[in-house]
Design a protein around this ligand. Structure first.
Ligand code: HEC
Length: 211
């Protein structure tokens, strides 16, 4: 089961941040961000542990919902349709997870396919460092951010591997929707990017059970 969940996370969350609207923090908002500081998992407060658990639950929920969509599209033998799942369904799924768990969630990379998949600014330094370990960052008002690495798997290469190995139809669909695509040329095991999740301040409310 654990393995399945991990697989789901790797495979499905792929599409988590699809078409997330670019964040446009105002100058005033940026000015109020005092300092986000890294929190070592062993030194978390009880509230932070609860926030962490909520974030991990939300990531798994997102994975499970997207898994169904992506698998169905790939089973139908149509990778272009899988790209469509990402573009159309994933934002709805991410919004649903945000609504259910009260966390902001998405994916990012140091080599973006969708330029809108930019993480909140607390993640900038860790993205620039290509951080390899799960990283937690506490915000000035008690928020908790998480950056969870995503590695490329063999089954990702049909859309993220070397360009010469990618099917022409997929290449055409990618070129149409992502003219600034930087997300080809990865090899299995490479750091592809991260899930980012942000929990609001305070002890989380118990999540609803219905998905
Ligand atoms: C069917 C094609 C396809 C497959 C297979 C695929 N991806 Fe993607 N991937 C995409 C598309 C399309 C996007 C852009 C989604 C968007 O608009 O947010 C993307 C975006 C991403 C992003 C978000 C960052 C960015 O560059 O925009 C990550 C991370 C990612 N993929 C990882 C993976 C991993 C890991 C796998 C394998 C488990 C995988 N992908 C498999 C098509 C695919």
């Amino acid at each position: 089961m654990k393995h399945l969940v991990v697989t789901c996370v790797a495979l499905c969350l792929v599409l988590a941040g699809c078409a997330r609207p670019a964040e446009e923090p105002t100058v005033a908002e940026e000015a109020t961000v005092v300092e986000w500081e890294r929190v070592l998992p062993g030194l978390m407060t009880e509230t932070q542990k609860a926030q962490q658990e909520l974030m991990l639950t939300a990531v798994n929920a997102l994975a499970a919902e997207l898994m169904g969509e992506l698998t169905a599209a790939l089973d139908a033998g149509d990778a272009s349709a899988a790209i469509g799942v990402c573009r159309v369904k994933a934002p709805l799924v991410a919004a649903h997870v945000t609504e259910m768990y009260g966390v902001e969630i998405g994916r990012t990379s140091y080599r973006l396919r969708n330029q809108a998949n930019v993480a909140p600014s607390w993640a900038d330094a860790y993205v620039a460092d290509l951080v390899e370990d799960p990283t937690y960052v506490g915000g000035p008002n008690g928020e908790l951010g998480a950056l969870l690495p995503i590695r490329l798997r063999a089954e990702c290469q049909m859309c993220h591997g070397p360009a010469e190995d990618i099917d022409e139809g997929i290449q055409a669909a990618l070129a149409e929707h992502y003219p600034n695509d930087q997300a080809m040329g990865f090899a299995e095991g490479d750091l592809r990017g991260w899930f980012w999740i942000e929990a609001p301040p305070g002890e989380p409310e118990p999540a609803e059970t219905e998905m």
